[in-house]
Ligand binder design. Structure first.
Ligand code: TUI
Length: 310
């Protein structure tokens, strides 16, 4: 029995990334109904909207699903309470240390799975009561750490006893098999689910994911200490130019505020920030979540059954 399947009461050890503005109830329920673990992203969304999303997800699936708490959000504390009030099965966290919320979540019986970009944080959060950790490599979309999935996952696996979920650069059965070889007990995929039929992002954004080649990727915010991976576009070029020229903070704000909404809702590929992982170059088809999951499981089994001579 796989430790992640056991921990979360799911069929396959596949988590859907908690992508801000993207991961809502329809997508999360489709993943949970397919045997994975769907996740609703808190992002910086208003609490009333998130309460509705959680309730809608309960109507769409009777399977476990989770909520991602983005710790830099001004709403993080209210969302931390909402997941308790709504009896959400598990929480993932990102962009910070969830230590202050751990006791409350544990007391409410909520499983806690923080994203960790380093061995040090993985060890600290295991001590603090994390039920598992997501070791997320810099191949991921959105806000990223420095270490790669290939290097980070085995180091985290060696450092903690709780199950480790590998994230960053995984979109097919080969990636899943590789994660298992590194010692992970499960995987989390964001970018692959951007191109799920049930994902409600604007079709221009979805098509940009499908069209992206291996090199169509850019990191912004590198020098500000808040690196963020997106699909290369006029927006990322402009942002990188401004970084090079040390533009004033108000210019950055004018360009970046609302940029994720522009991509997700308006389909504005020139001015929107299309958060996306490095693996997009391999994704060339929009499929239902259930198909994505079944294909990955089948391929992972095939790859892992091969014998290698060397
Ligand atoms: O959280 C993410 N990726 C994200 S969140 C996001 S939305 C956003 N909007 C406005 C501002 C900021 C973000 C878009 N993409 N991934 C998980 C992740 N967590 N990556 C890195 C980390 C992380 C970093 C530092 C986790 C913990 C951490 O702790 C530092 C410490 O020791 O306190």
């Amino acid at each position: 029995m796989n430790r992640i399947c056991e921990l979360l009461g799911i069929k396959y050890p596949i988590l859907q990334g908690g992508m801000a503005w993207v991961a809502e109830s329809t997508l999360a329920a489709s993943v949970s109904n397919a045997g994975g673990a769907g996740i609703i992203a808190g992002g910086s969304a208003p609490i009333d909207y998130l309460r509705n999303e959680i309730r809608r997800c309960k109507e769409l699936t009777d399977k476990p699903f989770g909520v991602n708490v983005m710790l830099m959000s001004p709403n993080a504390q209210d969302l931390a309470q909402l997941v308790i009030d709504e009896g959400v099965a598990f929480v993932t966290t990102g962009a910070g240390n969830p230590g202050v919320y751990m006791e409350g979540w544990k007391a409410a019986g909520i499983k806690v799975i923080p994203v960790v970009p380093s061995v040090n944080l993985a060890k600290r959060l295991e001590k603090g009561g994390a039920d598992a950790v997501i070791a997320e490599g810099t191949e991921s979309g959105g806000h990223i750490g420095q270490n790669t999935t290939m290097c980070l996952v085995p180091q985290v696996v060696d450092a903690v006893s709780v199950p480790v979920i590998a994230a960053g650069g995984i979109a097919d059965g080969r990636g899943m098999a590789a994660a298992f070889m590194l010692g992970a007990d499960g995987i989390q995929m964001g970018t692959r689910f951007l191109a799920a039929e049930e994902c409600k992002i604007h079709e221009n954004y979805k098509n940009a994911v499908i069209k992206a080649k291996d090199t169509d990727n850019a990191i912004t915010g590198f020098y500000s200490g808040s690196p963020c991976r997106c699909i290369k576009s006029r927006y990322t070029k402009k942002l990188q130019e401004m970084e090079k020229n040390a533009a004033p903070p108000e210019d950055f704000e004018a360009l970046t505020v609302g940029s994720l909404r522009k991509a997700v809702v308006d389909g504005n590929t020139a001015e929107g920030s299309m958060l996306c992982g490095l693996i997009a170059g391999m994704i060339d088809e929009i499929k239902p979540s259930a198909q994505i999951i079944e294909d990955i499981i089948k391929e992972a089994h095939e790859v892992m059954a091969r014998t290698y001579e060397f």
